[in-house]
Design a protein around this ligand. Structure first.
Ligand code: ZN
Length: 477
């Protein structure tokens, strides 16, 4: 067991904090709720960013940057939006030593400032669509914070698109949901459920909020991404109209969508073990750590020379790091690379040198694999792929084993506490019942799943009223 990491079974929440400290991923900052993302954590974010950025560009999007400050009057233009966000906003009232004429909101999200620009950019159908993404920081004043999962300032991307028709905007919303799903499953190795939010949980100012939901190892849900169909709400608030081909003037249709650094928390809580974080190979900035095991100068030189010969052809195939630091014992190094979540480790000592082999150690299973040098490159590539696949399969199996169909409210109240999990429940559609569920059990309706296998009719778990499909209820982060 790793030093300084509480076991998951003992205290999951402590484990999470310990993993972040041991992996040197992030620290709390002097301002409550803010975080310092350390180089190991930031390297992971950079890989996620690069992958997503390419996916956005491949689907026709471009990047831009809008200001951090939003005039109060902009925020107030969309009533539901300001009502939803105002309680968690930081507001600047002074600048340059003077009281400002108009207070400035530190962006909690950028719909309003972006749509004030779109008003100037859009006149005709020829100006549409606009498919812009922004990489930025945002601030939401959080009372209860946890590193990566919920911090006052966080990093994210926010897409803001403008379209001529409702259909096109809806298509965009779903296209992005597909991108997020693929990113979660194919790169983060996290299985997700696609669905849409209930009215109560939908984004302030949206017509419909789509989401992907994942199950963490403590069986709580984590919302891993959202894609909103905004209808004409922001176009009307900012009076953004365009002339269509027939010469008629209409309001523009909008979408917005985002994922954030909270996804790092999702990776930790989906794949991590009692030794720390496990990074999926596709997102690992270092996929292979190479650790020479040597005594004395001569042996050291011999083995480092061999490593150089082996690795010379590896550039572009996978990323690796030779840990030739002196003054640290091999066991100490193994532990450190494990805690940093590097998916694969290669050990090479004098006996291996004699046999012309190395030993690979998988981070996900701990399995030790002796490999002859002539088969090494291919074996590393295959093993990295196998780790990526195994992490996904393991997470999917865990979610399946902890997902239940339930029809009795009393039973639900017990089950949600222990063993916990995702529960398919019948729900009549009333916010009243949703509120009661949350008050009485602390569980929420995570989403109304798409591709819902349970379209049977039944009785609402809470009120017994008529229900035509099941939804997913769970406790959530
Ligand atoms: Zn009901």
């Amino acid at each position: 067991m790793a030093k300084g990491i509480t076991r998951r079974a003992e205290d999951y929440s402590r484990w999470y904090t310990d993993v972040i400290a041991a992996g040197e991923l992030a620290d709390y900052a002097p301002v409550k709720g803010c975080m310092v993302i350390r180089p190991n954590g930031y390297a992971l974010w950079e890989k996620m960013q690069a992958t997503l950025d390419k996916m956005f560009k491949d689907t026709g999007h471009v990047n831009a940057y809008f200001p951090l400050f939003i005039p109060e009057s902009f925020m107030k233009k969309e009533a539901e939006h300001v009502e939803g966000f105002a309680p968690e906003c930081a507001i600047v009232t002074h600048g340059g030593g003077k009281k400002l004429e108009e207070p400035l909101y530190v962006r909690p999200t950028s719909e309003t400032i972006i749509w004030s620009s779109y008003k100037n950019w859009i006149q005709s159908y020829r100006d549409l669509p606009i498919l812009i993404n922004q990489w930025a920081n945002v601030v939401r004043w959080e009372m209860r914070t946890r590193l990566f999962l919920r911090t006052t300032e966080f990093l994210w991307q926010e897409g803001h698109t403008a379209h001529a028709t409702e259909l096109e905007a809806e298509e965009e919303t779903l296209k992005i949901l597909k991108v997020y799903t693929s990113f979660a499953e194919d790169y983060m190795a996290i299985p997700v459920i696609q669905g849409f939010k209930t009215d109560k949980e939908r984004f302030a100012g949206a017509v419909r909020t789509y989401c992907i939901e994942a199950m963490m190892q403590d069986k709580k849900a984590l919302q891993a991404g959202t894609s909103h169909y905004l209808g004409q709400n922001f176009a009307k608030a900012f009076d953004v109209t365009f002339q269509d081909e027939a010469g008629e003037v209409n309001h523009v249709y909008a979408t917005s969508w985002g994922v954030s650094t909270r996804l790092i928390g999702a990776i930790i809580m989906t794949h991590g073990d009692d030794n720390g974080i496990i990074t999926p190979p596709k997102l690992a900035s270092i996929q292979l750590a190479i650790i020479p095991i040597t005594k004395g100068e001569e042996e050291r030189n011999q083995i480092l020379e061999l490593i150089e010969k082996i690795t010379i052809s590896w550039n572009g195939k996978f990323s690796f790091k030779v840990d030739d630091r002196e003054g640290y014992r091999p066991g100490w190094k193994f532990n450190e690379w494990e805690q940093r979540g590097v998916p694969l480790r290669m050990e090479i000592g004098p006996k291996d040198f004699e046999k012309q082999q190395v030993v690979l150690v998988r981070r996900d299973t701990g399995e030790k694999i002796p490999v002859p040098l002539e088969e090494l490159t291919g074996t590393i590539e295959r093993t990295l792929e196998s780790i990526q696949v195994n992490l996904f399969k393991r997470a999917l199996k865990f979610r399946d084993e902890n997902t239940f169909v339930i029809n009795d409210y009393a039973e639900f109240k017990t089950q949600i506490e222990s063993p916990g999990g995702f529960f398919w429940i019948h729900w009549c559609g009333k916010t009243e019942c949703e509120d009661r569920l949350q008050e009485e059990t602390k569980a929420t309706i995570r989403c109304i799943p798409m591709g819902n296998p349970y379209l049977d009719s039944g009785k609402c778990l809470i009120c017994g009223g008529e229900s035509h499909r099941r939804v997913i209820a769970a406790k959530a982060y």
